[in-house]
Design a protein around this ligand. Structure first.
Ligand code: SAH
Length: 223
């Protein structure tokens, strides 16, 4: 398959017509080989207009959603960014094309390991991964100019608010377990302002300041 052509088509048909304007974001998404971040059996669908399963009950986000979140971060190039929810590693790689340092946390060790291998093989030396509960943030590396949560959250975890730098921006899908809306939080001299953007559906953020893993026993919680 000609993945370069499919990627070009994805940018031209899924992102630009829906209003993604940031040239740097479009360039990064034209460049990052999304298909390499998913199991071989589903690579032929890599550039489809949808989220896809990557195993372990988790998903790689829809290209458009990755573009929207990245654009909302208003990246200039010099930022230090934290992502919570590495998943496949694709979003982190897109961020790594755009900023100075990226830190990403994944609670499922196998996914973190796979993403790490992919980052190494693609040469992203300024992208750092760890396994753990991302709702606690990464205190040793804080503060972060930007924070992106890529799992559905009942609220913004308090440690992440604290680890956001002054004049920082945090994006998170906030809502209930089945549907959320992207929330953009801007911090200025310890005052937070909030704006709601695109509706979305993400797998749940599970951790101390997210959903409890016991919620999985709830029959309505069918992930
Ligand atoms: N950004 C990913 C998609 C994320 S899917 C990509 O580009 O592919 C959400 C991910 O968040 C899942 O892999 C899930 O295991 C992870 N996750 C859920 N709760 C978490 C937590 N508390 N800390 C870190 N990762 C978490």
């Amino acid at each position: 398959m000609n993945f370069d052509a499919l990627r070009e088509f994805m940018v031209r048909n899924q992102l630009i017509p829906r209003g993604i304007r940031d040239e740097r974001v479009l360039r990064a998404m034209k460049k990052v080989p999304r298909h390499l971040f998913m199991p071989e059996s589903v690579r032929y669908q890599a550039y489809d207009d949808s989220a896809l399963s990557i195993g372990e009950g988790q998903t790689i986000s829809q290209p458009y959603m990755v573009a929207v979140m990245t654009e909302l971060l208003e990246l200039q190039g010099s930022e230090k960014v934290l992502e919570v929810g590495t998943g496949s590693g694709y979003q982190a790689a897109v961020l790594a094309e755009l900023v100075k340092e990226v830190y990403t946390i994944e609670r499922i060790e196998l996914l973190a390991q796979r993403a790490e291998e992919q980052f190494q093989s693609l040469g992203y030396t300024h992208l750092h991964v760890k396994t753990g509960d991302g709702t606690l943030g990464w205190p040793e590396q804080a503060p972060f100019d930007r924070i992106l949560i890529t799992a559905g959250s009942p609220k913004i975890p308090e440690p992440l608010r604290e680890q956001l730098a002054d004049e920082g921006i945090l994006i998170a899908p906030v809502g209930d377990r089945f549907s959320q809306q992207l929330l953009r939080l801007k911090k200025s001299k310890d005052i937070f302002s909030e704006e709601y953007h695109t509706p979305c559906v993400f797998v749940p953020l599970i951790g101390r300041h997210g959903w409890s893993s016991d919620d999985r026993d709830n029959p309505q919680f069918s992930y």
